[in-house]
Design a protein. Sequence first.
Length: 344
Amino acid sequence: MDKKYVDYMVEQAQKLLAIHSPTGYNQEVQQYLREELGRIGYPETTGPRRGGVACCLGGEGDPITLTAHADTLGAMVRAIKDNGTLMITPIGGLNPNNAETSNVEIITKFNGSYSGTIQVENASTHVNPHVNDPRSFDENIEVVIDEDVHSVEDVLALGIETGDFVCLDPRTVVTKSGYIKSRFLDDKACCAILLAYAKYVKDEKVQLPRQVWVQFSVYEEIGTGGATLIPRDAHDIIAVDMGCVGELQAGTERKVSLCAKDSKGPYSYELLKELALACKENGVDYAVDTYYRYGSDVEGSLVAGYDARHMTMGPGVYASHGYERTHISALEQTFQCIRFYLEK
Ligand SMILES: [Zn+2]
């Protein structure tokens, strides 16, 4: 595919990854998405009251929605401890083992933000014989704030309170060999793919044979992002979300994965076949998989009453919900699958 769109996709992934957006803290990422859609030629965007950004790319009839989620895992202040550290509660499936030692930004409601680090309690191995105990957010994981604080009063004086968001540094790296390593590739890699597709439709003046919407939802990590998609009368809804890579999976970090079934059950068999055929006929490198510990936004749409065919597809991502990795070629294959499917 045209290098211009590949470069744009990677650039947008990096920009989106740099914006903190744990579920519930969505204003900044929404604003960025609206502005970027405006810059590439879509000044008219809309969105559900609850949050998210939707944009019609053009075409008429038989509406289809492609949805990616702009929210990520993260944490929230649960309590301020007597020693001036913070007990946190995870947002989404954040794992305490791989959250440990992450640098974080604590965003206060009225007093700016502060940096800190997620650590096990009493983290110096030389003074703590229990330093290798199992990790738990409820028991022994805390945030050490990078300020001179030693009491609840000290922390309150900074303006940090229960309910403040704790955002993890994504540590984004793009290697010379084309790998993208970062937290939250799930699902910002796919947000970047949808932006690139929107740009491609505009720049190449693509005549879409049906009405195509892209939507960026902001409540996926807690299971309800797809409940308020636009338009309400979508005939097909495709969640563009990470593919599972690991033992017994056919998907890889270089392919687009098509999900036949996840934890909740099978996806639309017809839609799966149509997407697989679009890949087969156009040389797109794809894999069909079942995901046995996975749920997607589009299931939320069905529960919310949408009568649509549903599907999940996206780039293979290794070490999901941890320090994730994919390859630029998986982003390209996902873009091409969408393109060939929609323009058939
Ligand atoms: Zn996801």
